[in-house]
Design a protein around this ligand. Structure first.
Ligand code: TXA
Ligand code: MG
Length: 315
């Protein structure tokens, strides 16, 4: 514990100086900056190579902190915070007047989340105010789920990385917009499923983007460097089973292949937790391509399919 405390206090000092810190969360590692320091927030965009038009999520240690950022907080928003915070759910709410336009990328809404990872919460409480934190990867590449992934992404940069083990959830948070005059709207699927959100709200969540956008969602990303393909259960891949230079990702019941095989299992939680690490592992081997067997469909698998659609081309 003493070591964790030392790490956190070093990280708090670093953030107070306006520098960035890679912070473990339960979803993916984040590239954190003091949300109240414009120059520090600007460094996040520069270091990631992220366009200034793509807004950042504000991370808080307590639901009361959102009053510094959001207004018109609906009873739906309160119900979702009570049900899922701390945890992998981000809420997009009306931004308070005066909130940094750098953080919101000029929009009049702000994204907020309370992470569940003990070190993220310790860091937030140590600093005493909110942190912006996009996933700690370079723009358009795979989100990191271990400190090692972060170190690979920022090998040429000086960056303090807090060691927080492997992320338990493994995919980025679910994003839901709760804005006046609109129904609750899913902007990015995550492991907090639409079904579980609808159960709390007692009404449907719209899934089509109707005016509100999560700007980052327009881009193809999460891509490994190697060519990456996905195939359905009915596609015969046996002509490639003997090739030694192919990486495979299966979802339980994999085939005997000559290449490198990673089986992420048939449960959505375990699959989600391992997916980015599997992509990092295969991407760093001398292979010619990655082939991914598509998992089943259904609400539990929605986030996994969303990421696979971005990472891999259909066969
Ligand atoms: O799990 C997560 O959410 C991770 C961890 C580190 O917390 N963070 C993360 O951040 O995935 P990032 O920046 O990689 O993705 C945030 C997404 C982007 O697609 C961004 O466009 C969207 O959230 N977003 C942020 N603010 C928004 C807003 N006001 N309205 C709509 N979308 C917003
Ligand atoms: Mg990201």
């Amino acid at each position: 514990m003493a070591q964790i405390t030392d790490q956190i206090s070093l990280a708090v000092t670093t953030l107070n100086r306006g520098e960035l810190v890679a912070m473990p969360t339960e979803t993916v590692y984040g590239l954190a900056a003091d949300a109240a320091n414009e120059a520090a927030v600007a460094k996040v965009f520069t270091l990631k190579g992220r366009p200034a038009t793509n807004p950042l999520i504000v991370h808080v240690a307590d639901a009361s902190w959102i009053n510094d950022w959001a207004c018109d907080i609906s009873t739906d928003a309160e119900a979702l915070m009570a049900a899922f915070w701390p945890g992998p759910l981000t809420l997009v709410l009306p931004a308070k007047a005066g909130v940094s336009r750098t953080v919101t990328a000029g929009q009049d809404t702000v994204a907020l989340r309370m992470p569940a990872h003990p070190q993220a919460l310790a860091l937030l409480n140590g600093l005493g105010r909110a942190l912006v934190a996009p996933s700690a990867n370079k723009y358009m590449s795979i989100s990191p789920t271990s400190s090692d992934h972060v170190a690979r992404q920022f090998a040429d940069d000086e960056l303090l990385i807090l060691e927080g083990g492997n992320c338990e959830v493994g995919l980025e948070s679910t994003i839901v917009a709760l804005l006046p005059g609109d129904e609750p709207r899913l902007l990015r699927p995550g492991m907090v499923t639409v079904a579980s959100i609808e159960a709390v709200l007692g009404r449907p969540v719209a899934q089509q983007s109707g005016g509100v956008v999560a700007p980052g969602q327009h881009h193809r990303h999460y891509s490994p460097g190697l060519p990456c393909y996905r195939f359905g259960a009915n596609t015969d891949m046996s002509h490639l089973y003997q090739a030694e230079d192919i990486g495979w990702i299966f979802c339980g019941g994999g085939q005997p292949v000559a290449g490198k095989l990673i089986d992420l299992g048939a449960e959505p939680e375990g699959y989600a937790q391992g997916l980015y690490d599997a992509l990092y592992q295969l991407d760093h081997q001398t292979l010619s391509a990655i082939y991914i067997a598509e998992p089943p469909h259904g609400s539990d698998w929605q986030a996994v399919h969303n990421r696979l659609e971005r990472a891999a081309k259909p066969l």
